[in-house]
Design a protein around this ligand. Sequence first.
Ligand code: GLU
Length: 306
Amino acid sequence: MENCIGRFAPTPSGRMHLGNVFAAMLAWLSVRSKGGSMVLRMEDLDTQRTKTEYADVLRDDLLWLGLDWDVETAPQSQRSHVYDRYFRLLEEKGLLYPCYCTRSQLHNVNAPHLSDGTYVYPGTCRSLTAEKKAAFTRAPAWRVTVPQRKWQVEDLVQGHYEEDLATDCGDFVVRRADGVYVYQLAVTVDDGEAGVTEVVRGMDLLSSAPRQMYLQSLFGFHHPQYAHVPMLLAPDGRRLSKRDGDLDMGALRARMTPEQLLGYLAHAAGLLPHPEAVSAKELATGFSWQNVRKDDVCISADMLQA
Ligand code: GLU
């Protein structure tokens, strides 16, 4: 059997919250239960929001939990020369075009709205003439054209999911007008180059998988196995975010042991009948995706207030 390689791909824009830890725990358990290895990569493309101090704390928090890794690859902020190469590959294939649409033009588009807040791009700039392009004074973003075909995800948690990028997404941006590469391109290149075979992350990224599978096929990478895990919700049904300071790792570490926290999350995932204290290593023995619940998890008010 091919060796399993998983990854942690956190964004160092603040302290991890309970939901980030939940996904990280499941990523680690899946890989370690198969004797595979873990890669850590800091996703710091957004240099305005990310800080190296957050990355340091993040590593410390993962290790405190017993969620270790074998290698850390270069952070995304240092890899734009690598992304340039893949961008040129798309250019050589004739799949890129400049897009001059403004944010407000994109938002006024009378098109379906995807769950991640983006719109189906109607192809406005796909066939601009050279003259029209020359008339713009601002720098363009770059979009990749998508074919009409279905991309099927057989997700370890969510089951079958499919999208036809042409109708469900449209041509999507791979490089922004300010020259920064977007998440979809960077994550595909990084996972592909690191040989990642298994991608475990929050359910909110399920609709990114077809875009990434398309780029993987263009770049010559294998498709990894996907597992999109449930989101953790506050008792009022809100998704937890880094703004829920009472549930970030700073607050959690002050009031729980790593074993208590893992036991709580393993119970929430469906892996334990009761939230009893347990180590990451103990949980890895006998881990199976079949036991992981698929629906979002409401976390108890006592956890929020404790
Ligand atoms: N960097 C993303 C996050 O922190 C995760 C991206 C991924 O797992 O593909 O939410």
